[in-house]
Structure formats: C-alpha cells, structure tokens
Design a protein around this ligand. Sequence first.
Ligand SMILES: [Zn+2]
Length: 181
Amino acid sequence: MPDARKNMTDRRLFFWMDFEDEIQKRAPKKDPNFDLNGPGNKRWKKFIREEDGFKIFAVSGETVRNNVDVTFGHGGHGLVHVCIPLDEIWIDMRHYFCLDGCDCDNLKRKNQPVSKEFFESTTIHETTEFLEMKNGRRFNESDPIARQAERGAGLLVDPTTEIDWPYPVLKEVGGKMIWVA
Ligand SMILES: [Zn+2]
C-alpha cells in the first residue's frame, strides 16, 4: 500500500496536528483572570492610536496565544482572528515562539521586543491585508499583497528582518505608550 500522506500536496492536516499540540502545550498557561473585552484587558492590550478607521492596539501576543488564539503572530485583524473586532488591528509587542516561532532574521534574544519600524511595518501589513480581504480576496492572495505594501513602505530591509538591536522599545509611561530608548 502506498503511503497516501507522503504524496499529499494539501498540508492542512499537518497544520491541524501542530495546532492541537500548541493548544495542549499552552493549556497550563491560561490566565484564570483573563479579560477579553472588559476593563481587565488593559493589562495586555494597549491603545496606540486611531488610523484610517482602525484602532491600533499593541498587545501581549503571548497572552492572546495562551488564552484565545494560538495562531496569533506578529499582528492580526478581525477577518483572520475571530477574537479581534473588525475595527481593530492588534500588533504583538514582541517577536514570538510558537508553532515553530516567527523565524524573523536579525533577532538577538528570545521574545525580543519589536522595534518601532517593525511595529509600523506590521501595522501596514495588517491594514492592507484586512482591506484586500474585505474586498473579497482570500487570505493566501491578500498576504503577499500586504508583504508588498510593507516592502513599498521600506521601513525594514525585508518584512521579516528586524533592525539592529538595541533600539527603543514600547513602554507605558504615565498611562501612555511611548518608545523608550
Ligand atoms: Zn518576528
């Protein structure tokens, strides 16, 4: 009997296996006090600004992954992630290690905070992708268009290459999120 899996071009089954493993691995990290929509979400979700009809938030991606969505990466919007309202864009404050990690180049430490350049490039990616998908394109067509928009903006050498560490990082100072050197 030939091994049907060996010749399968559709890899989604393998994604489901990794996905389920990740959920089980993260189960002990769930926060019993996690608050998705109430005032308690200010602990992990920080408002940055409004832009083009979107509210941009910096989030603790680990908190999102541990409590609502293990597939959340550098950023996301409501047409890919059910937990994100349609008028919000969420950007992770750190590079991540889950489902094999973000695999970005030029990282110097585990869970390295993202630079302002990376944060803004990811924001361009997510807003572009959302608008493409809203216009009817599927994710796998919209993602490369969003990558291209990032390259066009030119904030990074490449969308998956971080700038040289050290750089200012996002911190809450006096109730406001600012980039601190
Ligand atoms: Zn990364």
